[in-house]
Design a protein. Structure first.
Length: 99
């Protein structure tokens, strides 16, 4: 599993943008919905699943795109499987974590 993480810091805490490596640089559209993974917003460093879990534990907001990334969110009980958005079969979820 290859996951890419981009870290942002805001006045409210860390924001992690987590994307499956194999879909980075692609664009998915369905109706009015779009995932544009070509943007610099998604480009970051490759991390292991264990590293990712450590980062998520200190996050305020997590932005997950791709099967592996969203699966980590589900595994950590952050993402409700029934609330995952799919665009061209690519799962996407965003989570706000209470401070």
């Amino acid at each position: 599993m290859a996951l890419i993480v981009k870290e942002y810091h805001s006045q409210h805490g860390y924001i992690y943008v987590i994307t499956d490596k194999d879909i980075l640089g692609k664009k998915f559209e369905e109706g009015k919905l779009q995932l544009d993974l070509t943007k610099k917003f998604y480009s970051g460093e490759e991390v292991s699943k264990e590293e990712l879990k450590k980062k998520i534990k200190q996050a305020r907001h997590v932005h997950l795109t791709g099967k592996e990334a969203v699966a980590v969110g589900v595994e950590m009980d952050l993402v409700d499987p029934e609330k995952i958005l799919y665009i061209q079969k690519i799962p996407h979820a965003e989570v706000m974590i209470d401070a």
